[in-house]
Each structure stands twice: as structure tokens, then as C-alpha cells.
Design a protein around this ligand. Structure first.
Ligand code: ZN
Length: 498
């Protein structure tokens, strides 16, 4: 019988967001325990392990918070202690599987996952394997490498393969315990801060293909590319590649070096180009037959640690009197409450958005507006979506990205042709369901502004006539050159010409 403990604990920390990520953002004390091992990404481990009747699954924690500012050290201490307590109470252990983000910074430490893995390693000694899955945007640190037996990350951005990668991580554990393989890991850390490049096209796709070619080689178990998360301004921030081979260190090292070289050669293409709001609106006016056009408000993406209440795009849409425009979404629970009080079908005075850091996200928009709809944010997709929603930040089903809304109660306010959807929960625009839930057909709008960097593409790309990626001031900075990084080691590209 194999005794395998599984746990999930993740946060992508944006160190430029001044607020602290407290325990309640992880769901609070009562929600961080996973009673049966099926919550969040534990599910990917669980489904593989469950198939074997010689495995005892030992659940522990399932704690995940939407990206935001540094994690409160007390919250980290609490969640870590629950994981360590589960390890201590497990009795004899044969392996540990952890799903982490890999870019967590706490108020006490800039290497959240490195510290966590060190504590876990110290608790169990060197003989028990620790298999780790991290996000594609992990900042891989020396401490993580030293204390994990193997690390694999998501291969895709949009991150549509987290459950498959968790399953892969669990398969590696079973193959190891059965004695079929002996995983050895090589990694190369690059002096490189990539911007948020999707893996579906261009340099991102080329790199993904190179990685898959390596994975096809005999004796290679897994290859991973971590793009890093430069908004977590830490010494070891940035890109890394990892190759895991079966009992063959030279093979792992050779291929890790090859993949790193490929990434380095493509470094000039791991940058993004942005459009200003008015440039995009000029193009939309010039091409009225192209609709809907998506404006991705990349720098105000709650999925990257931003507030999600920036009003820059909203101001320009109303000032330019654009018709059939939808802003999805502005996080502002006060305005949702005010809309409820005003009532559907009535006109009221509102002060919309930019309540948290208005010096960055623009002034709130003070305006009269017609309350068109108030919705629970959910759109009934019937038999399409058998989805169990989790803690409001991440779905707990195997379906990913989330196929349901995560915006909480939503108010649709009509500002004479510009409809702003005001949300009561901070979440990025994963999909269009909450738009539809307000009686709006997204396909027929002139413009839809979304709060997301890349993940929105999974839903909106199907019918978008055009997509503009917008740069405007916000807390999820997209350009390394504007990020004001002080902790990141130097020299590093593109901050330094290399
Ligand atoms: Zn990511």
C-alpha cells in the first residue's frame, strides 16, 4: 500500500499591488482544508491515484487565492501549518504531491514556495519523493529545485491543461514508487523576464513545440518551460526550463541546455505590443462593419493581481459616445448595491469604479445611468456545463478554464449606449456568461472591453472580429520596462541589453 499525501496551495503575487492578501482571500480558515482530496487541482492527483486500490490518498489543504498583493505572513503560516500537520498525522508516507503556483511572495519571504518545500522536506527527510506541479508563470527558485524531487508546470497559456499536468505529476509518482523510473531533474535559469506571451502562436508556440519534441525522446519523462512572473519583483524572478529524465542526468542536462538556448534565442520575441485606447477606438470608427471588437484591458487584470476597477476605457467610450459598447467588468460592490436600491428600469446617479487606487486606475465615473439588469452573474448553459463552483476564485470541477461566472452579483448600467457591467466579486473576464446573464448578446456589440490578458481568448476569440490589447495604467503591468523592478537580479533581459 502506498500512502500518498496530496495538497494544493497557490498564489500569484503581484508585489506592486499595495494591498495584502489575507486569509479570507483563500476562503478563510474553514475552507482551506480539503476533506476528501478532490478540491481545486488536487482533483488531478486524485483521479489518477483513485484508480489504484493499493494507494491510500491522504488529503490535506486546498487553498488558492486570486492573484493580488503580498500574502500576509500570518495567513501563509496558517496554511503551511495545516499542510505540515496533515503530514505529521499521516503516519508512514510514501510520497507527497503538491500543486503550487510558484510565484508566491509573502510579507515575510520572497520565496513562498521555496520556503514551503523546505519545510515539507525537513519534515519527511530525503528519502520520500515530493512531486510538484506549478503554473507556467512560476518563478523557479534554487530552494524549490533543491527540495522537490521533480517539478513540472502547465504547458499552455491560456492554462487549459492544469488537470492533465496534475495527472501527469501523479503518474510520475506511481511510476517512481513502482520502481519503473528514477526521475532526475535538470534545470536552467535564464537571465530573462518574458512578458505574458500565449503559447498558441508565435514564439510561445515555437517554444511549446520544442518542449514537446524533447518529451518524445526515449528516457525523457517531462520537459517544462516556466515563463516566470515579473510582477513578483524578487531576486530569482524570471524564466527557467526543467527537463526530467529517467535515471540519466546527462540526458536531462543536455536537453535542458538545448531548450534554454532556444528560449534565449527567441528572447526578442517574448515581448508584447500594445495599443492605446484611442488608437483602438479610431480603428473601430474607421471599420464600422467589423464587430465585435474586443479591447483587452490587460493592465487591470484581476487574474494578474490588479483591482479590476480601472475606468480608463470606460471614460473614453463614454467621452467618444460609442454605441453598443459593453465594459465587462468593473469591480465595485458599492455600485452594485446602489443599483439594486435604484431598481431595474429606473435611472439613478452613480459613481462607478476606481475606488481602491484611483491615482493609478483613473477617476471614478460620476454619471446618471439606467439600471438595465441585475443578475446573479450565472448564465444557464443547460447540459453543456456540469460545473461545481468553488470558493469564487477557481472552479473545482475538472473543467478549466471556468465555464461559469465568477463575478458575483452583476448590475448592468446603461450609460446611453455604453453598458457597464458592475461586478461584486473581483475576477478576470474568463468568459461571456455573466454578460449573457444580463440579457446582452456579446456577438452583436460594437466593442466589448474585458479585464483579462490572455485567458479571455478561450471564449471570445471564437467570435471576435478583432482583438486589441490595450495598455493603460493599472496594477497588472504588462511591460517589463514600466514595471519599476528593484529586487530582480541584474543583468537581465530586457532590462539590460544582452
Ligand atoms: Zn499563469
Amino acid at each position: 500500500m502506498y500512502n500518498i499525501l496530496i495538497g494544493c496551495y497557490g498564489h500569484e503575487t503581484n508585489t506592486s499591488t499595495p494591498d495584502i492578501t489575507e486569509l479570507f482571500r483563500f476562503g478563510g480558515e474553514e475552507n482551506i482544508i480539503d476533506p476528501d482530496g478532490t478540491r481545486l487541482y488536487n482533483r488531478g492527483f486524485y483521479d489518477v491515484l483513485k484508480k489504484r486500490d493499493d494507494v491510500r490518498i491522504i488529503p490535506s489543504v486546498a487553498a488558492w487565492a486570486c492573484p493580488y498583493g503580498k500574502v500576509d505572513a500570518k495567513a501563509d503560516e496558517y496554511i503551511s501549518s495545516k499542510l505540515l500537520e496533515a503530514i505529521k498525522n499521516a503516519g508512514k508516507l510514501d510520497g507527497i504531491l503538491l500543486s503550487l503556483h510558484g510565484a508566491m511572495v509573502t510579507t515575510a519571504s520572497e520565496d513562498g514556495e521555496g520556503d514551503l518545500l523546505e519545510k515539507v522536506r525537513n519534515a519527511i527527510g530525503n528519502d520520500i519523493p515530493i512531486g510538484v506541479m506549478v503554473d507556467l508563470h512560476a518563478n523557479i527558485t534554487e530552494k524549490m529545485i533543491k527540495n522537490a524531487s521533480w517539478i513540472i508546470n502547465y504547458d499552455t497559456y491560456p492554462h487549459i491543461d492544469a488537470f492533465e499536468r496534475a495527472a501527469e505529476c501523479a503518474e510520475i509518482m506511481l511510476d517512481t514508487l513502482d520502481g519503473r523510473i528514477n526521475p532526475v531533474m535538470a534545470h536552467v535559469k535564464l537571465p530573462l523576464l518574458p512578458e505574458f506571451i500565449p503559447t498558441t502562436k508565435g514564439a510561445g508556440l515555437q517554444l511549446a513545440n520544442a518542449m514537446f519534441e524533447i518529451e518524445k525522446m526515449p528516457s525523457v519523462i517531462s520537459a517544462s518551460i516556466s515563463y516566470g512572473f515579473f510582477c513578483a519583483d524578487i531576486y530569482e524572478s524570471g524564466a527557467a526550463v526543467i527537463v526530467i529524465a529517467d535515471n540519466d542526468r546527462a540526458l536531462a542536462e543536455k536537453n535542458a541546455a538545448m531548450l534554454a538556448e532556444k528560449m534565449w534565442d527567441l528572447r526578442h520575441e517574448l515581448k508584447r505590443n500594445f495599443t492605446s485606447i484611442d488608437e483602438a477606438l479610431d480603428c473601430i470608427e474607421a471599420e464600422p462593419d467589423l464587430y465585435p471588437v474586443i479591447l483587452a484591458d490587460c493592465c487591470d487584470n484581476p487574474g494578474g493581481g490588479a483591482t479590476g476597477d480601472a475606468t480608463h476605457i470606460l471614460h473614453r467610450l463614454t467621452a467618444r459616445n460609442v454605441k453598443h459598447a459593453v465594459v465587462a467588468f468593473i469591480y465595485d460592490p458599492e455600485t452594485v448595491a446602489a443599483a439594486e436600491k435604484t431598481g431595474i428600469g429606473n435611472v439613478g446617479e452613480f459613481c462607478i469604479g476606481s475606488k481602491i487606487f484611483p491615482e493609478i486606475t483613473g477617476a471614478p465615473l460620476k454619471t446618471k445611468a439606467y439600471v438595465k439588469a441585475i443578475s446573479d452573474g450565472h448564465f444557464d448553459t443547460g447540459r453543456e456545463a456540469a460545473v461545481i463552483m468553488g470558493d469564487g476564485n477557481l472552479n473545482t470541477s475538472k473543467n478549466w478554464p471556468p465555464v461559469s461566472s465568477q463575478h458575483g452579483k452583476v448590475a448592468a448600467l446603461d450609460l446611453d449606449g455604453v453598458i457597464v457591467l458592475v461586478a461584486s466579486t473581483q475576477a478576470q473576464t474568463w468568459n461571456d456568461y455573466a454578460i449573457r446573464s444580463c440579457g446582452i448578446m456579446p456577438e452583436n456589440q460594437t466593442v466589448i472591453a474585458v479585464k483579462s490578458t490572455v485567458h479571455f481568448r478561450h471564449c471570445f476569440e471564437k467570435y471576435a472580429a478583432k482583438i486589441y490589447e490595450i495598455w493603460s495604467p493599472g496594477l497588472s503591468e504588462q511591460l517589463v520596462s514600466k514595471a519599476n523592478l528593484t529586487r530582480t537580479r541584474r543583468p537581465i533581459y530586457p532590462l539590460d541589453e544582452m
